[in-house]
Design a protein around this ligand. Structure first.
Ligand code: XMP
Length: 333
């Protein structure tokens, strides 16, 4: 399809002037495409869907219906921030669905990583489709497809074998037929970020580190339990907070905590204290195909260890993963 090919003449969007020109042209194009019809968008809070949401709010206001599905595997405060920024500050037409129980019940006892991914991806579609069926007059579906996704699908069509099934969402069920609206499909990630800032989205949202679709589900290793998931969420929030405070969040490409399903013996308040380890992973990469380990100053590691072991119920050790990719993948599952 020729409109899936980035024209050679298209200038790289590197500043606000270029971003504003792009925004203006897309606002016009979207208005022409959708007229007075409604457009549906699955808004995860990731960079791409957030930029599409902000762009469409500017173009068509309340004709855009955003659905945020909280699968219960989001990081701390993430869903709350989506509601705050889009529902309150940008006054979007936002439907918030707390589907935590639906997802966690389905995942109960499931330990195989690919089965977990499949369950999460399939359930996501079902929750989203349930919401879509309740709405009337929706003819369009907006998607945060970006140019690397298009290039990736070309590679996939050539039959390259994947290590993991990263593609989070399959197609919608047969009864839901929408025309696609993909306003940023010819942009590279760095351009999406400039456009996002030009649209007034917060820096932290636009420069958010990548977060896998299955969320904390692939970092709470093996069969997910609510208590271990809660411990992971708190430990991960402490890591992010400390990285923010010392500037590492601007420097490290992806950093997170993993909590495996093993316990070790520890001691707390002079008593035996069995707990899980929190494993820190902090990597740098250009394209996620290979990754190197970021060296974290010991003082920062000591602070994080001290806070996690004191503040997080159920964690009694903090470890650091020093494995590059290859041989370790970035995520543990
Ligand atoms: P791996 O673990 O394969 O990860 O080295 C490479 C990058 O992809 C992210 N990742 C995923 N993203 N759905 C996603 O949207 C997934 O199922 C998934 N698995 C891994 C990972 O966080 C890293 O940035």
């Amino acid at each position: 399809m020729e409109n899936n090919v980035r024209p050679e003449s298209m200038a790289r969007i590197t500043d606000f002037d270029l971003a504003n020109a792009f925004i203006e042209s897309q606002v016009k194009a979207v208005r022409e495409q959708v007229g007075d019809k409604k457009v549906l968008l699955a808004l995860s809070g990731g960079v791409d869907s957030s930029v599409v949401a902000a762009l469409l709010i500017k173009a068509i206001g309340k004709q855009l219906v955003c659905v945020h599905v909280n699968h219960g595997l989001m990081r701390k405060d993430e869903s709350e921030n989506v509601v705050k920024i889009f529902g309150e500050e940008l006054d979007a037409n936002l439907i918030y669905v707390d589907a935590t129980d639906r997802f966690l019940n389905l995942l109960d006892g499931v330990s195989d990583p690919e089965s977990k991914r499949k369950i999460i991806g399939k359930e996501f579609i079902e929750v989203f489709a349930d919401e879509a069926r309740k709405l009337e007059g929706v003819e369009f579906l907006a998607q945060g497809t970006i140019y690397p996704d298009i290039l990736e699908s070309i590679k996939a069509a050539e039959g390259k074998k994947a290590v993991k099934s990263h593609h989070n969402v399959g197609g919608l069920p047969e009864d839901l037929k929408f025309e696609l609206v993909e306003p940023i499909k010819l942009l590279f990630k760095d351009e999406v970020r400039v456009v996002g800032e030009a649209l007034g989205l917060p820096h932290a949202m636009v420069y958010r580190q990548p977060f896998p679709g299955p969320g904390l589900g692939v970092r709470c290793l093996g069969a997910i339990t609510r208590d271990r998931l809660a411990a992971l969420r708190e430990a991960d929030a402490i890591l992010r907070d400390e990285f923010d405070k010392c500037g590492l969040s601007e420097k490290v490409w992806q950093y997170f905590v993993v909590v495996p399903d093993i316990k070790s013996v520890g001691v707390k308040d002079e008593s035996r204290y069995e707990g899980w380890p929190a494993i820190i992973r902090a990597v740098n990469t250009k394209d996620a195909m290979t990754a190197t380990i970021e060296e974290i100053p010991y003082a920062v590691l000591h602070k994080i260890t001290d806070r996690i072991t004191k503040e997080v119920e159920g964690i009694n050790r903090v470890l650091m993963d020093l494995t590059p990719k290859p041989v370790g993948t970035i995520e543990w599952e």
